[in-house]
Design a binder for this molecule. Structure first.
Ligand code: ADE
Length: 225
């Protein structure tokens, strides 16, 4: 898989891409993550990428020209034009299902905006989908792009040490995950549930299912509808 990220702050990505599962997936060449700086494509001498909104109002808007040029530059590097995604709080909400959908793609192009947002013609002209990671406003799309990369990359076959662990994750079956325990059996008078020590796989499976349901009812009743 190839993931392009178009951003004004490529340096922000060094740490989240440089550790743990996402790093290992890149080392194993399961994913190639390519960062491009939109500002490199500004044509004016001030390297300006934003301008005041037509009609007035607060904030600045990302201009068409540098973003279009940046997209076209990365698109010509690969025969697959990729699925173009604009990160914005006004997009459809990212969830585990969309993460799996993205993980099935050969190429994603994630565009992180700043300021008040993008000139609308960027969305129209590139046929981009708008995606939000939640109902809150971030200072830019970078953190949203990192969240999406992390959620998608761990779903790529071979990215996790144990291939089963993604299948049991919260949301993968529409429910939250059951609680886990490890050694010791007793810690500060808190004991591991007997069933987990029983060795009875059927009972353990039933207990976990019950716990999943209970946890979902408590924390996220909306998921049960
Ligand atoms: N940019 C600013 N806020 C955002 C959000 N919630 N999701 C995606 N991109 C964003």
């Amino acid at each position: 898989m190839r993931i392009d990220v178009l951003t004004l702050f490529p340096d922000m990505f060094a740490s989240p891409l440089g550790f743990s599962i996402v790093k290992r997936a890149q080392d194993r060449q399961l994913v190639n993550i390519v960062l491009s700086n939109i500002r490199d494509f500004a044509k004016n001498s001030y390297k300006k990428v934003d301008d005041k909104p037509y009609g007035g109002g607060a904030g600045m808007v990302l201009m068409c020209q540098p973003v279009f040029d940046c997209i076209e530059n990365v698109q010509k590097q690969d025969e697959n034009p990729g699925r173009v995604i604009l990160l914005t709080p006004g997009g459809k909400k990212f969830d585990q299902k969309l993460a799996q959908d993205f993980a099935n793609e050969k190429r994603l192009i994630l565009i992180a905006g700043h300021y008040e947002g993008f000139d609308e013609r960027i969305r129209i002209g590139t046929n981009a989908e708008e995606v939000s990671i939640g109902d809150y406003v971030l200072s830019g799309g970078e953190l949203a792009a990192m969240v999406i990369i992390d959620a998608v990359v761990r779903l790529l076959p071979g990215a996790l040490g144990d291939d089963d662990s993604a299948a049991c994750d919260s949301f993968s079956d529409g429910l939250l995950e059951y609680p886990h325990y490890t050694r010791p059996e007793v810690f500060r008078d808190m004991k591991v549930p007997d069933v987990l020590l029983s060795g009875n796989h059927k009972d353990i499976e039933n207990w976990r299912k019950q716990q999943s349901l209970e946890k979902t009812k408590q924390q996220r009743p909306d998921l049960l509808k």
